[in-house]
Design a protein around this ligand. Structure first.
Ligand SMILES: NC(=O)c1ccc[n+]([C@@H]2O[C@H](COP(=O)([O-])OP(=O)(O)OC[C@H]3O[C@@H](n4cnc5c(N)ncnc54)[C@H](OP(=O)(O)O)[C@@H]3O)[C@@H](O)[C@H]2O)c1
Length: 285
């Protein structure tokens, strides 16, 4: 039995879908047992629980051999990951795959990649068969700008001319599922990137080509981005953490292409053009 966290989200949902379609028994730890109806219809079992409540994690882990750990960014992220890793170790779970981020390192200064790095270290200390997946920028982040792109043909971000190698979360989830269900990945850290390094002007140009109308990237001053974020995100911690992370990206932290995703998928990862084509309706409004 494989336990998936974050199954209502982007990476966990994709991992669960891939595992179910390839015949693996899957259980999801869900905060609301009635959520993820589409995956339950595919045969996914559910354990109601919360990563903030260790007893519920222990109950969800009964009979589990492998698990995927995906947690949302937030002030409690490291605590949630620690709860899960400790419960998995105590339950004797053999294999755990953790979603981290490409910026994670011992030197990371921004809180989110710093917490990922500390959770990676905990995982490596507690679980013998661990794998860490460090993705680059998710293509799906662009969906947060679907409305201004549809209405005005623009999106604004504070990344200057920095480049990223965006990866589709459908590919990240499929890779997590493949790693969970096959041997040969124990004690590996993989850098998951899309196929190409692109700055955000180039991303806008490729979106224009696929959508058949002009899309422009506006290089937003960091102070303006912070004010915008503070208007929609209630947590001051989250605003600071995202601004610190974005400053690292603007400082070229994600300018890396790796072949790991291609090797793990057995096919090239999706391109940005494929992603935009698949989501053309969202970008059309
Ligand atoms: N965005 C990027 O470009 C990027 C790049 C690299 C790495 N990452 C990493 O990717 C991770 C996020 O992955 P994602 O985008 O797939 O996540 P997501 O779509 O935001 O989904 C988060 C999931 O976590 C669940 N969750 C939240 N709080 C929970 C709790 N207390 N107990 C149990 N489950 C809980 C949510 O369930 P509910 O339905 O109950 O809310 C949801 O299923 C982060 O760790 C981030 O650092 C992101």
């Amino acid at each position: 039995m494989i336990l998936i966290t974050g199954a209502t989200g982007r990476v966990g949902g994709s991992a669960a879908r891939y595992l179910l379609s390839s015949g693996h028994p899957v259980r999801a730890l869900l905060r609301e047992a009635g959520a993820a109806g589409e995956l339950r219809a595919l045969g996914m079992a559910v354990a109601e629980g919360d990563l903030g409540q260790p007893a519920s994690i222990t109950a969800a882990l009964a009979g589990v051999d492998g698990a995927l750990l995906v947690t949302p960014n937030g002030e409690q992220q490291l605590q949630l990951e620690q709860n899960f890793i400790e419960a998995a170790a105590a339950a004797g779970v053999r294999r755990v795959v953790k979603i981290s981020s490409l910026e994670a390192s011992a030197e990371a200064t921004a809180p989110i990649p710093r917490m990922h790095y500390r959770a990676e270290c905990l995982l490596q200390a507690e679980i013998g068969d661990w794998t860490v997946l460090r993705p680059n920028f998710y293509m799906q982040n662009l969906l947060m700008y679907a409305h201004p792109i549809a209405a005005h043909g623009v999106f604004a971000l504070p990344f200057g001319s920095a480049r990223v190698a965006p990866i589709d979360t459908r590919d990240v989830g499929e890779i997590a599922a493949r790693v969970l269900s096959a041997d040969g990945h124990a004690q590996h850290t993989y850098a998951l990137t899309g196929p190409a390094l692109l700055d955000f002007h180039e991303i806008a140009r490729q979106m224009s080509d696929v959508l058949g109308r002009e899309v422009r990237y506006i290089d937003q001053p960091p102070a303006e981005f912070r004010a915008f974020l503070a208007g929609i995100v209630p947590s001051a911690w989250q605003v600071d953490a995202v601004c610190a992370l974005f400053a690292q990206i603007a400082d070229h932290a994600l300018e890396r292409v790796s072949d790991d995703a291609h090797q793990l998928l057995g096919r090239p990862p999706r391109t940005l053009a494929e992603f935009v084509r698949d989501h053309a309706a969202a970008f059309a409004g």
